[in-house]
Design a protein. Structure first.
Lengths: 344, 657
């Protein structure tokens, strides 16, 4: 996010004249709408907004947002974004990546953009599959996923995007899913965060991995399977009848029943977005035994990378003469007059 | 243009008595400070008004085990009262700080040359490490050279005694003692070295004083020892050079300064994305200290991120630059394609080294030419220009910036390990003497009410549009795009048109006509070079011409696109010889582009060509023996890099067959 004068726009202002080329019913449409709904709400200026992406279905995103957009190469969007922010920190940069782009070919760059804390919003669309290349297993595919490249089922363990982000040093980690009505709020929180903000967005690939998130994303029974986190609020779900507590003996999370709304008696934890230890537990909380943790899991800003670079550059330049003629003539020199040389 | 007759009469006036040039090689353990000694000797040589060229050679290992053959580090300098273009073929003087240094470098020494050896290091242990079965200083095996052997270690320890250093620290001053002796031999002023030592050890005055005492003691040894034997004072007359202010410069410094100058001429801040790699890292190090010139340096997580961040910065309106060496350039390849596709300016510096793969990280080669000109997926044309010497790299870096900005294209600048590390005197240019080429950015729609990001100017370049500019929002990317709007367009006619447009833009880059740098514009033989072979080719052609051979030297800076007149120029010669430190890559390009029968002379031993090798190759065109022209120059054990310094089996097969 950047401090800039808010601009008045509408959702329509963020639509381009390009035909959207995702499969009908793809979760990407919902995410695009959520973003186009969020941008006016945060007062974003199309001229100062840049969407940068890698390769994959998700990475077509920039073509559909009426701002500046750079569709780069596979996995490297974080590196382009870093160069853009160092060259012009005034720009508001959104990164669009996927589970293959961001965690497979681009895992290294994702780690470093988070570790450095470049002030960008990173939306990782996780559909647990390679869509654009027609359905191979991705680094987030669950064990046993049957695809053309894993006809007998995948045997490699999936990566956990939010755990990866936190482990890489991210200072903002959030989760949402494509059709969730809360997604704009998550995006707004990410934008408000100064520094690298990582958002895992579960996205339904209608063709190659259809409804794989239905066990928590389907409207029916969502209450029991989604834990929406709010800073300062108790971690309650299932209509307030259940909560998340800390088992002090094993130092692990547990689901507890809440009787008569007395969550305090049940030992339910109050969410503190600055608590890194609890954040580590939330990102690893296994779905099934637990609900899916959604919303802002962690948010504790630190100074940004580009801020530090610019400050150091200006300190290093302080009082130094930027004369090229002097620079070229630096060091030990001598003057030739005729044939004799004299040290200068 | 020089004429043969004038050159031959100049030759007859050369006096035989005073040496025109001297080659000195300092060799020691990689911990002995030989590169430092060489560097300071270079400075004193420059101050004495000699022309010079140097070549440092160091092991790939940072600290190889002490005293071993593969831990030998050497520095060679060629200096003289005439124009010097190479570090010299064979040394006249070899300073050997230990048995390993003697063994590895001995074969290079001219018969009758002088060996200066530190007997203090010729212990049984060190002789064993160097695989000597007997002490060469005592067993008569050095009879064909002059030997001056004395205990430099002990003399140094004695000289620095008053400063109370431990034995280890005291011995570290040995290189300054040796330098002092060398300064005496060539009648050099010690004061600049004294000043440098004082500045270097500002916080440790006792170390500075000890080193100065060692320097003075070495000098005094030459002065007072009255050695009747081989040690004698030589005065090399200053070279006649153009009046002006001079300094010494390495290729890495020169590229860095040229990039800073280029960015200023383009009126742009510079963004440099780099990743550590030998021998390119020095450019990152230099630029990291020049922040006041609007330079941002970024050490990325890998080579790919280095170039991608630079492209990102160019996209955002700065001059993006990245730098690497062969294997790192290979990693950047896909991103170069994106810069070509999105038509953004970018300078890519490739300090070539021996390949393929990791190859020879610290040795020189010119084998990335195909990679530079052809090495990308798709039809991906990109300009390539090559520096011929450390000083020339300054001009070439400015030229790379100019082409990148004016034509909205990535440009590859080729140097190599030799140019990056070698030093030569440089007449400091006046920045005001270069024509500025300020970048312009589009600030309003360029087609009435419409924005056409890929609309081209007369040069074929599209407009540069900075994100942040109101009203000019647009999308770019690596997918084929419509010839005007830049929107995704896979249609057959559009891809054809865009492929043609990208090619035409690069083909039509205006490059200066090719000139002949020595000799006539037509004749029996043209020796055509590019890059760091300039020095040895130039000297070899000069020598051949002094013998009356009708040879010309043509040296190409613009490797791609080639100068428009080059084909016609080369067609004016009966034969064309292309010496290259690869298996004949530029030869192939010339044959392809001009249908001329260019012949190859190749050398791929990680060593530069020696003048003698090229002189011999030129001779084959005039000796009347059919079909002996061109071919391959074998590894030369008498030349830096030291012959078998990569091995420690003690056999030095190539040196003592």
């Amino acid at each position: 996010m950047n401090d800039m004068t808010p601009i008045t726009t509408t959702l329509k202002d963020w639509e381009t004249d390009q035909e959207v080329r995702w499969c009908p019913g793809c979760g990407d449409y919902a995410i695009l709408k959520a973003v186009q709904r969020t941008l006016p709400q945060i007062g974003a200026d199309p001229a100062k907004t840049v969407f940068v992406s890698g390769i994959g279905c998700s990475s077509r995103f920039p073509y559909y947002v009426e701002s500046y957009g750079f569709h780069t190469i596979h996995g490297r969007a974080p590196a382009f974004a870093t160069g853009i922010k160092l060259a012009n920190p005034e720009l508001d940069v959104w990164l669009v990546t996927g589970d293959g782009d961001g965690l497979s070919i681009g895992g290294n760059h994702l780690m470093h953009v988070l570790r450095r804390n470049v002030n960008v919003q990173i939306m990782l669309f996780n559909n647990e599959i390679y869509g654009l290349t027609k359905g191979q297993a991705s680094p987030t595919s669950r064990l046993g996923t049957t695809t053309p490249s894993t006809p007998q089922g995948s045997v490699d363990r999936p990566a956990q995007p939010c755990a990866f982000a936190l482990g890489s040093g991210a200072r903002f980690v959030a989760r949402g899913f494509d059709v969730s009505k809360h997604l704009p709020d998550v995006l707004k929180a990410a934008h408000a965060h100064q520094g690298a903000a990582f958002i895992e967005i579960f996205q339904n690939c209608i063709v190659y991995n259809k409804d794989v998130f239905n066990d928590f994303a389907a409207p029916k029974g969502a209450e029991d399977r989604q834990l929406w986190l709010t800073d300062g609020e108790p971690m309650l779900f299932a209509g307030g009848t259940k909560g998340i507590a800390l088992d002090h003996e094993t130092l692990s999370l547990q689901v507890v029943d809440v009787a008569d709304g007395d969550w305090q008696a049940a030992g339910v934890i109050v969410h503190n977005v600055r608590n890194r230890a609890i954040a580590h537990m939330l990102v690893e909380m296994p779905f099934g035994a637990f609900p899916m943790a959604l919303g802002v899991l962690y948010d504790d800003p630190r100074p940004t990378f580009e801020g530090a670079v610019i400050e150091q550059n200006s300190r290093a330049s302080e009082g130094r003469d930027a004369s090229l003629a002097k620079l070229l003539a630096k060091g030990q020199t001598w003057t030739v007059t005729g044939t004799a040389a004299d040290p200068v | 243009m020089a004429t043969l007759a004038a050159e031959q009469s100049a030759e007859s006036q050369v006096q035989e008595a005073a040496p025109e040039a001297v080659v000195v090689r300092f060799a020691g353990d990689s911990g002995d400070g030989m590169q430092l000694t060489g560097g300071q000797f270079t400075l004193s040589t420059a101050l004495a008004g000699n022309d010079l060229a140097t070549f440092p050679d160091f092991p790939a290992e940072i600290r190889a085990p002490q005293g071993t053959l593969f831990g030998v580090s050497a520095f060679q300098i060629n200096f003289g009262s005439t124009e010097i273009d190479t570090a010299g073929d064979t040394p006249d003087v070899l300073v050997a700080m230990n048995p390993a240094a003697l063994k590895v470098n001995l074969a290079a020494l001219k018969p009758g040359g002088l060996i200066i050896a530190d007997t203090g290091e010729f212990t049984q242990r060190n002789l064993d490490k160097a695989k000597y079965t007997s002490n060469p200083i005592e067993d008569g095996s050095l009879a064909k050279w002059d030997v001056l052997a004395f205990d430099i270690s002990a003399l140094t320890v004695e000289a620095v005694k008053p400063f109370g250093l431990g034995n280890k620290d005291a011995l570290r001053c040995k290189n300054m003692w040796t330098l002092g002796l060398a300064l005496w031999m060539f009648d050099r002023d010690r004061q600049p070295i004294v000043d440098w030592l004082k500045a270097k050890f500002k916080g440790k005055p006792e170390i500075a004083e000890a080193n100065i005492a060692a320097l003075n003691a070495g000098h005094a040894y030459g002065e007072t020892a009255e050695l009747s034997g081989p040690l004698r004072k030589l005065t090399i007359a200053p070279v006649e050079s153009e009046p002006g202010l001079y300094r010494t410069i390495t290729g890495a410094e020169s590229v860095s300064l040229g990039l800073v100058a280029g960015a200023q001429l383009a009126d742009l801040p510079m963004f440099f994305g780099g990743y550590p790699i030998t021998p390119a890292s020095a450019i990152l190090h230099h630029l990291a200290r020049l922040k006041e010139f609007g330079v941002t340096t970024f050490q990325a997580e890998d080579e790919i991120a280095a170039i991608c961040s630079a492209i990102g910065a160019s996209y955002a309106g700065q001059l993006g630059v990245t730098s690497s060496s062969g294997p790192g350039i290979a990693l950047k390849t896909e991103a170069m394609g994106l810069a070509i596709m999105t038509e953004l300016p970018l300078v890519i510096v490739n300090s070539q080294r021996g390949g393929p793969s990791t190859g020879l990280p610290t040795k020189t080669e010119q084998s990335d030419l195909y990679q530079a000109v052809y090495g990308r997926n798709g039809d991906a044309p990109m300009p390539v220009i090559a520096a011929r010497s450390p000083a020339d790299a300054f001009e070439v870096a400015i030229e790379a910036c100019r082409i990148a900005v004016q034509y909205m294209t990535p440009v590859m600048l080729l140097t190599d390990g030799y140019i990056a590390n070698a030093a030569e005197p440089w007449k400091v240019p006046d920045p005001a003497s270069y024509a500025p080429f300020p970048a312009t950015f589009l600030t309003e729609k360029n087609a009435g009410e419409r924005l056409l990001p890929y609309k081209r100017d007369a040069k074929g370049a599209r407009a540069w549009i900075k994100p942040g500019t109101p009203g000019l929002m647009h999308r770019i990317g690596g997918i084929e795009k419509h010839a005007e709007t830049g929107n995704i367009d896979y249609s057959p006619s559009n891809h054809q048109a865009m492929t043609d447009a990208r090619k035409a833009k690069i083909d039509n880059i205006v490059v200066p006509d090719q000139e002949v740098c020595l000799g006539e514009d037509t004749g029996r033989l043209a020796v055509v070079g590019w890059g760091s072979t300039f020095g040895p080719i130039h000297q070899a052609v000069r020598r051949a011409r002094r013998k009356g051979l009708p040879v010309s030297h043509v040296h190409v800076r613009h490797v791609w696109p080639l100068p428009k007149n080059l084909g016609a120029l080369l067609a004016g010669f009966d034969r064309v010889l292309v010496p290259e430190m690869n298996t004949g890559q530029f030869k192939t390009v010339l044959r392809d582009q001009f249908l001329i029968d260019a012949e190859s002379l190749t050398k791929t031993s990680g060593q530069p060509f020696s003048i003698a090798e090229l002189e011999a190759a030129i001779g084959t065109y005039f000796d009347g023996i059919p079909d002996n022209e061109g071919g391959e120059v074998p590894a030369n054990p008498a030349q830096l890099p030291v012959a078998e310094s990569g091995y420690d089996d003690g056999s030095l097969k190539a040196v003592n067959p």
